[in-house]
Design a protein around this ligand. Structure first.
Ligand code: R5P
Length: 289
């Protein structure tokens, strides 16, 4: 039995199809003052899978998720497995300055308090977030479906991480595709501004595919794309797992000379063409202790 929150209805439907299981309709709406209303319709079984990304508007999507979980528990559901394809508030996983709220820990605690028994996320911004849960929590990788998509579209790609943090993604894809990979060095100046060092990477005449976990303002990608173009890449293709795409991020990226952008459907966007439904279904099917 699958329930899709309002941020992940299409993905929930796809996962239900992959698992050949029932998609339970829910009514979710807002009261005139902005507060959330949810009602779970349909016949419930003993175990439920809830799918809800907690991207923008993060607070609303989180509240909706908490309401769904608590409601299911109070309706007598024994086990709730929660799929959070994009885990919002995942960027603050430690206290950098005295007095800061460690939002990732707080969200993990609230999910457990709300009744989650198992958590499945995709490419969490920081690996250690799964450790904040005292219930089983899994961080799945979307690199295999992204690699499959690249394989379909390109003959001889070279995979580029726009910063060292994304190097693991580039390596994972390159190993699947048996191709070259490299990374650029980025320094973040502010939430909106980054600096990327030019580096001598062998992309001349090649199709360079940039891979990152998140595209937010697009600044990271713009810098990387400009460097790859300067180095003579024949094409620059951009890929990411979570297309957060704040404001005119896509426009900025295309204006930097990028040939194509694609992402997964952990978040809705016009570039969400790679579905994670089948890998999530496989993870849910996998026997676990
Ligand atoms: C950084 O650690 C992430 O992996 C992404 O590179 C970052 O979130 C992208 O942000 P923006 O698109 O704003 O440069």
């Amino acid at each position: 039995m699958i329930i899709g929150g309002s941020a992940s209805q299409k993905l929930a439907a796809k996962i239900a199809k992959e698992l050949n299981t029932t998609l339970i309709p829910i009514e979710t709406r807002k009261f005139p003052d902005g507060e959330r209303y949810i009602r779970i319709k349909g016949e419930l079984k003993d175990e439920a899978i809830v799918v809800q990304s907690t991207g923008y508007p993060q607070d609303e999507n989180l509240i909706e998720l908490f309401l769904i979980l608590k409601n299911l528990k109070s309706m007598g559901i024994g086990k709730i497995r929660v799929v959070i394809p994009y885990f919002g508030y995942g960027r603050q996983e430690k206290r950098f300055k005295t007095g800061e709220a460690v939002s990732a820990i707080i969200i993990a605690e609230l999910l457990q308090f709300s009744g989650a028994d198992e958590i499945f996320c995709i490419n969490l911004h920081e690996d250690n977030i799964t450790e904040f849960f005292s219930i089983p929590a899994y961080d799945l990788s979307a690199m295999p479906p992204i690699a499959d998509y690249i394989k379909e579209k390109l003959q001889n790609p070279v995979i580029i991480a726009p910063d060292k943090g994304a190097l693991g993604f580039a390596k994972e894809i390159a190993e699947i595709l048996n191709c070259e990979y490299d990374y650029l060095e980025k320094t973040r100046i502010s939430p909106e501004e980054v600096k990327t060092k030019t580096k001598n990477i062998n992309v001349k005449g090649k199709e360079a595919v940039i891979i990152d976990d998140i595209i937010s303002t697009g600044s990271t990608i713009v810098n990387a794309a400009e460097i790859l173009k300067e180095l003579g890449a024949s094409k620059v293709i951009v890929s990411c797992v979570h297309p957060v795409l704040v404001e005119d991020a896509l426009l900025k990226i295309f204006a930097a000379g990028v040939d194509d952008v694609f992402a997964t459907d952990t978040l809705h966007s016009e570039v969400s063409v790679v579905s994670v439904a089948s890998m999530v279904a496989d993870a849910l099917k996998k026997p676990r202790n």
